[in-house]
Design a protein around this ligand. Sequence first.
Ligand SMILES: CC(C)(COP(=O)(O)OP(=O)(O)OC[C@H]1O[C@@H](n2cnc3c(N)ncnc32)[C@H](O)[C@@H]1OP(=O)(O)O)[C@@H](O)C(=O)NCCC(=O)NCCS
Length: 180
Amino acid sequence: MSELIVTTRRLRLEPFAHRHGPELESFARLWEVARYTATIPHPYPSGGGAIYAEQVSFGWRHGGELLWAVIEKATSQVVGCAGLDPTPDRRGFELGYMYAPWSWGRGVASEAAIALVGTAFRHLEADEVFAHAVGENRASCRILAKAGMRRIGNATYFAPAREHWVRAEAYRLLRREWSS
Ligand SMILES: CC(C)(COP(=O)(O)OP(=O)(O)OC[C@H]1O[C@@H](n2cnc3c(N)ncnc32)[C@H](O)[C@@H]1OP(=O)(O)O)[C@@H](O)C(=O)NCCC(=O)NCCS
């Protein structure tokens, strides 16, 4: 997969790389960021951002998760990261994201989510985009709805920060339901 840069009105999404690691760590280490995610342990290990970047770079080259650093154009700051994780047949992509608390509540996460849903259908030949969000994480559920997804049921996933499985709402958008 060639590395794909995605731009929106306020944001530039760059394939997540080593240089983004320290900024990622500055917010990934916070409990309020890690607590609902399916990837972030707590406490977050020092240097974990760089290791994560290596793993992601492998993903870009070998068909794994596509993860972007979300950069605010106005400040050049990394405010979050968002990804599309393919199913083995690459017909479906799971949307995931986390953002620095200092960027919350400004529509940034929604703007990136909408852009990545479009990327999946326009550039990755996706048949569907899906996601999970813990019900009490209302902001995340709302983002998925704003990105055009509808709730299709429940799911469970492992949350490393909690070291146990959590119940979540499952959302999906099919290509034929997507309005570009
Ligand atoms: C979830 C998260 C991405 C939200 O980021 P954000 O920047 O605040 O999101 P946005 O500003 O784009 O949009 C949030 C939406 O949820 C709404 N919202 C926020 N808190 C809410 C609440 N308690 N109840 C209902 N809606 C809520 C906002 O009003 C907004 O909707 P609107 O545009 O219709 O007004 C951010 O809190 C985060 O990174 N959390 C930690 C990681 C995480 O939970 N990731 C998701 C794992 S599934």
